[in-house]
Design a protein around this ligand. Structure first.
Ligand code: ADP
Length: 403
């Protein structure tokens, strides 16, 4: 392997996010996003980080992912970072669902593509989009190693007691129903970075990771291995999220169908897109919710309380799962930025050794930091996540090993 650059691609159904990294120092050379692919006007935003200069934005028609990647390649070429460069060592793809089969990052070949395809029934929204990105990139650089990094892989170490639902295993197995978990790349990165922040090896610490973005999930990580996580068969289970309900009595669904007369698709949309913070108060952005609370808005205050109550329950549950806890790490948009959420989530948990220092908690920053008092038995940490760096690191390590 001669090159040192890795292109990270994250393809959604109508978007393509990318970053180009130089793995000699993990620096970012360029980053960008194509949105509204297939619509009349798509938008491409490209930031030439290595070259300096402002982001370039253009509203142009981009018909499909193939056209999107070609447009990205053109932008990169303008900065002297073309995808035909021998400096490019590999392309790393975020793939949402790897089922039980993919426990590690995997070099993509036809058999891997077929397996990701086989998982479409359990990830109908995500895997087809991820596959489109893979096919497009392979067509553009067929000679280059391409690696799939799975959101589910970090969670494949969960014991059966945590991964199984309490339903007939024959039915579960027939339909591949089990708890897979998501955001694994972030949970892996953040749990390792938290160990580093404590000055310890990942094998020597137990960490509860709270990934609180628009989607949100918690995980219990024992000695670097995931032993439980809050998302399940799909990302709908667990915490209250921006637009998802998280945990609910499954009978709510029967009730909505039988008594409410709603179709399965309507219920799916309700629970995934119109619930959570948004469903409760009409806003899913925590900044807006805090602003409304400051103005005395009761619906926003109740939404915040429901969000925090669920979060606190998961902290307690994962404390019990782990037995001893070294750190609780907050990450992603809400976890990294919303000091009131961190404060409220551990309020009253002094008996578990958890507390935040108000002064430390109020300080903003983009470095990992501890926000609990020195006297606390358990560290409360803010650890910014970096999924692109983790995908690039895993991709580069795998490609380096294979050449
Ligand atoms: P995702 O990757 O799931 O789309 P992010 O991790 O980027 O989400 O998180 C986005 C969310 O983070 C926003 O919806 C908002 O609620 C929250 N957020 C972002 N910045 C702040 C901030 N300064 N204060 C509070 N919440 C914030």
């Amino acid at each position: 392997m001669t090159g040192t650059r890795v292109l990270v691609l994250n393809s959604g159904s109508s978007s393509l996010k990318y970053q180009l990294l130089d793995m000699r120092d993990s620096s970012r050379l360029a980053a960008g996003l194509v949105e509204r692919i297939g619509e009349q006007t798509s938008r491409l935003k490209h930031t030439p980080l290595a070259a300096g200069g402002d982001a370039r934005e253009a509203d142009v028609p981009i018909a499909d992912h193939d056209a999107a990647l070609k447009a990205v390649a053109q932008e990169l070429a303008r900065d002297g970072l073309g995808l035909d460069s021998p400096d490019l060592a590999a392309i790393g793809h975020r793939v949402v669902h790897g089922g039980m089969f993919f426990t590690e990052p995997t070099v993509i070949d036809d058999a891997v593509i077929a397996e990701i395809e086989r998982l479409i029934p359990v990830a109908p929204l995500h895997n087809p989009a991820n596959l489109t990105g893979i096919r497009t990139a392979r067509a553009l650089r067929p000679d280059l190693p391409q690696v799939a990094v799975f959101d589910t892989a970090f969670h494949t170490t969960m014991p059966e007691s945590a991964a199984r639902y309490a339903i007939d295993p024959r039915i579960a197995d027939r339909h591949r129903i089990r708890r897979y978990g998501f955001h694994g790349t972030s949970h892996a990165y953040v749990s390792r970075a938290t160990a580093e922040l404590l000055g310890k090896a990942p094998e020597d610490v137990n960490v509860i990771v709270l990934h609180l973005g628009n989607g949100a999930s918690a995980s219990a990580v024992r000695g670097g291995r995931c032993v439980d996580t809050s998302m399940g068969l799909t990302p709908l289970e667990g915490l209250v999220m921006g637009t998802r309900s998280g945990d609910m009595d499954p009978a709510v669904i029967f009730h909505l169908a039988r008594v409410g007369g709603m179709s399965m698709d309507e219920i799916d949309t309700l629970l995934n897109k119109r619930s959570g913070l948004f469903g409760l108060c009409g806003d899913n952005d925590m900044r807006e919710i805090r602003r409304r609370i400051d103005e005395g808005d009761e619906a926003a205050a109740l939404a915040f309380d429901i969000y925090v109550h669920r979060l606190k329950k998961y902290i307690g549950a994962y404390y019990a799962v782990l037995g001893t806890v070294d750190a609780v790490a907050f990450t992603a948009g809400v976890g990294e930025n919303a000091a009131p959420v961190r404060e409220a989530a551990v309020a009253g948990l002094e008996g578990l050794g958890l507390a935040v220092d108000p002064g430390r908690n109020a300080v903003r920053g983009d470095r990992p930091r501890i926000v609990s008092p020195d006297s606390a038995r358990v560290a409360v940490a803010v650890v910014p996540t970096d999924e692109e760096l983790e995908i690039a690191t895993q991709t580069y390590a795998l490609v380096g090993k294979n050449t």
